[in-house]
Design a protein around this ligand. Structure first.
Ligand code: EPZ
Length: 434
């Protein structure tokens, strides 16, 4: 079985280039079905989630072509509308973001059937706010055929929708359903993440009329038709943050290129607060750390607060800092599963409800670890890179969903990591790195 083997103790140094934002790409790829014309989308991260979503879009009848590893052409003119617009269970079971096809297909064809996304490793992940938005626009939504969500409408009329919860997915999904509706839709209490803005900018480049994305009130005036476009996805804020904490936790000096520093402000400010040094340039940031970092308090919040997707990576860094830190996870109900794994490396963390109390230790000892989810998996790799000795990380399928060439990028920074799928290869790695 594929796993990472890592020899820790190396301070990472050098340069890393960040890929396109996975969580913007998933909304944008789904949005491309809103036009019959060709959309050319650049800077698509080559990760499992985007590949699975593109297979689902092709499965609907669209023409999907990779122009190069990071540029995709989607032409949805070949999708036949009607009651066979069904996103196969196997896709949605693999990635939750297939539910963006519910909003896009409803918006364009007034019909869609998508398998109800299950909960996942970090929480229940309900979609009641998505459904609330679709129903507000005049759609009827019900659960059919054993777990498929069916949304259909005679017509979609713009409405005022107040989100009971700040939700990235529902904000994007309601935008997708509203851009071709009649009249004006207002989304109040909308999420403000950079990837929401990126999806709105993509839709506007197709001729949509969306204002206010990035604020908590998004105004959408429905248009008759959307046209093809060429668009480049923003850099991934969370991949950038992951490498920033990797530099800090290993006491390294890394230039992280192809980023938008403004999107990283919450992360940069916390790293500076604990004694790392973050230097900002136009489209890159440098992170340096020498000596023991300090403790702090963190509460995850919707953007521009500290991102929940950076919570495990920051916890790993704080578990090596001087003193006691507290992390409160206010977005998801089950995002501390990595703590048991970290404790096996010597970490001293106590989870109480939705908070983790972290007593910093001098160093981790290597261990055999299992990734519980995407971001926790990346965090365990960071811990192994900072640890003394050898570690392995299993279930790396989670990591491959959201990070492109993760081990290759770490090796380029001097990290001793290899993806192996046999004990023989593991032994060869150990002999080679000594
Ligand atoms: C997106 O998930 C991201 N995924 C997540 O990133 C990220 O953690 C999350 O936003 C928060 O930033 C993608 O973009 C594909 P939410 P999403 O709807 O849209 C509750 C990663 O690591 N809620 O903003 O599913 C929900 O339970 C992944 O890349 C409802 O109650 O998150 C949660 O507590 C992990 N009802 C809160 O809102 C709803 O209808 C925020 O969820 C929808 C959500």
């Amino acid at each position: 079985m594929e796993r990472y083997v890592i020899k820790g103790g190396v301070a990472l140094e050098g340069e890393v280039t960040i890929a396109g934002a996975k969580n913007a790409a998933l909304g944008i790829l789904a949005a491309a079905v809103l036009t019959d014309e060709e959309c050319i989308i650049e800077n698509v991260p080559s990760v499992e989630d985007t590949r699975v979503l593109l297979r689902a879009i092709e499965g609907l009848g669209a023409k999907v072509k990779y122009i190069d590893a990071h540029t995709v052409s989607i032409c949805a003119g070949t999708i036949r509308g009607g009651e066979d617009l069904c996103v196969d269970d196997m896709y949605i079971r693999k990635i939750r973001a297939s539910y963006y096809l519910l909003g896009a297909l409803l918006g364009k064809y007034h019909y869609a059937e998508v398998a109800l996304p299950g909960g996942c490793e970090i929480g229940l992940r309900p979609i009641d706010q998505h459904i609330k938005g679709f129903e507000a626009l005049g759609a009827s939504v019900d659960i059919v055929n054993g777990g498929m969500v069916r949304a259909q409408a005679e017509q979609l009329i713009g409405r005022h929708v107040y989100m009971d919860v700040v939700t990235v997915g529902a904000t994007i999904n309601i935008m997708l359903a509203a851009v071709l509706a009649e009249g004006k839709t207002t989304i109040e209490n909308a999420a403000k993440e950079p990837h929401i803005v990126d999806v709105a900018n993509f839709l506007n480049s197709m001729g949509a009329n969306i204002k206010g994305a990035g604020t908590d009130v998004i105004r959408i005036r429905g248009v008759q038709k959307l046209k093809g476009t060429e668009y480049s996805i923003i850099p991934d804020q969370i991949e950038a943050g992951t490498f920033m904490t990797m530099a800090a936790a290993t006491g390294g000096n890394v230039l992280i290129k192809n980023v938008i520093p403004k999107h990283l402000e919450a992360i940069s400010s916390k790293l500076n607060e604990i004694g790392a040094h973050v230097l900002e340039y136009d489209d890159s940031v440098r992170v340096m750390a020498d000596g023991r970092l300090k403790s702090t308090q963190i509460k995850t919040l919707p953007y521009p607060g500290f991102p929940t997707d950076m919570q495990p990576q920051m916890a790993v860094t704080l578990a090596l800092s001087q003193g006691t830190s507290i992390i409160t996870e206010s977005i998801f109900e089950n995002r501390f599963k990595y703590v048991n794994e970290l404790s096996r490396m010597g970490a001293r963390i106590k989870v109480e409800g939705n908070s983790a109390v972290i007593n910093g230790i001098e160093s981790y000892t290597g261990a055999n670890l299992v990734a519980p989810d995407l971001r926790a998996g990346a965090a365990l790799v960071i811990a192994a890179l900072a640890a003394e000795g050898f570690s392995t990380v299993e279930d790396i399928k989670y990591i491959l969903r959201g990070y492109e060439d993760f081990d290759g990028k770490i090796r380029a920074l001097g990290g001793k990591i290899e993806l192996v799928d046999s004990d023989k290869e593991l032994q060869k790695f150990k002999l080679r790195v000594g």
